[in-house]
Design a protein around this ligand. Sequence first.
Ligand SMILES: Cc1cc2nc3c(=O)[nH]c(=O)nc-3n(C[C@H](O)[C@H](O)[C@H](O)COP(=O)(O)OP(=O)(O)OC[C@H]3O[C@@H](n4cnc5c(N)ncnc54)[C@H](O)[C@@H]3O)c2cc1C
Length: 321
Amino acid sequence: MLVFLEHSDGQPDDISLQALTLARDLAAGAPVHAVLAGPGATDAAAALGSYGVVTAHVAEHEGLATHAPVALARSIAEVAGRTEPAAIAAAGSERGNEVIAHVAAIMDAPFAANCISAEPGDPMPVTRVRWGGSLLEEARLHGSPKLVTVAPHAVAAQASGTGDAAVETFTPSLSDADLVVRVVERVTQSTAGGVSLADARFVVSCGRGAGSPEGFAPAEELAGLLGGAVGCSRAVTILGWRPHTDQVGQTGTKIAPEVYLACGISGATQHMAGCKGAKRIIAVNTDPEAPIIANADYAVIGDLHEVIPAITAELRKEAAG
Ligand SMILES: Cc1cc2nc3c(=O)[nH]c(=O)nc-3n(C[C@H](O)[C@H](O)[C@H](O)COP(=O)(O)OP(=O)(O)OC[C@H]3O[C@@H](n4cnc5c(N)ncnc54)[C@H](O)[C@@H]3O)c2cc1C
């Protein structure tokens, strides 16, 4: 089993550890190898022993200093050529899916994206999320190696022991063509209170019902009070009221907060694809027939311009004792 690990600040990303957990179960005792690249990869690799990785292969190449999907895929294929895995796995993140799609093309191997489960076997039975989460598909993967990505938050990341992973560095042979697509600039989005949408425990989102960019001010205030983040629907980003980085959904950020407060959002399937990992969904909508009401744990039928400030006022009263 070979797993492509994404990481930041010298730590493996949680969604990659989730993919590693599923891959380890799938390996059923066979050795698990990992591939990492980029700054901090060696530090992140060292932590993988406790997740069952026996060898972490760190690709070192100046072209891999930033995200370069084809070059990463070429590096993974190179390790696969040496280790001959039965399967290759990664997180079903935008990057994971992109990189593994390139591996599939390079190795002419079958690829099932966004799996929530996979069983050992040939063909390998998988269940995967399709159509933005509105259906689960049962499929069988033939051929070798079998490539899977794991839908974020479908599996909990679980350590398996305390063993150390052997860390082996290698220099992949990359051509200029492999480096044509790569990140050349990174702009950090300023986040209220330093909490990113993807990691926030509380997310207060507004949709078209906010009425204007200024209509987000109560959501900003409430999110700030809760130490959370503000999200929005695609209708809002299309209108230019908020940046795309705030968008929750199939083509936005996928979130799994403790509480998702969705205000003035109708609840289209593409939106729900991004927030159904939330532990609790509270909807605020003037329309009792809005689809989000059926998907919510709690609903308030009312005007968000009145309901959000009322929640904020109540929380402030509570805090004041
Ligand atoms: C390929 C594809 C990908 C997509 N990806 C995404 C995605 O990632 N994320 C996403 O969100 N959408 C996505 N969409 C768009 C999606 O289909 C919907 O069009 C979008 O989510 C609608 O946004 P909305 O709920 O804000 O707007 P609307 O559907 O217009 O709903 C507005 C809601 O606000 C309510 N409302 C109005 N005024 C108030 C008020 N004062 N107080 C309370 N409630 C009020 C209304 O009753 C209504 O329910 C995608 C679509 C496609 C085709």
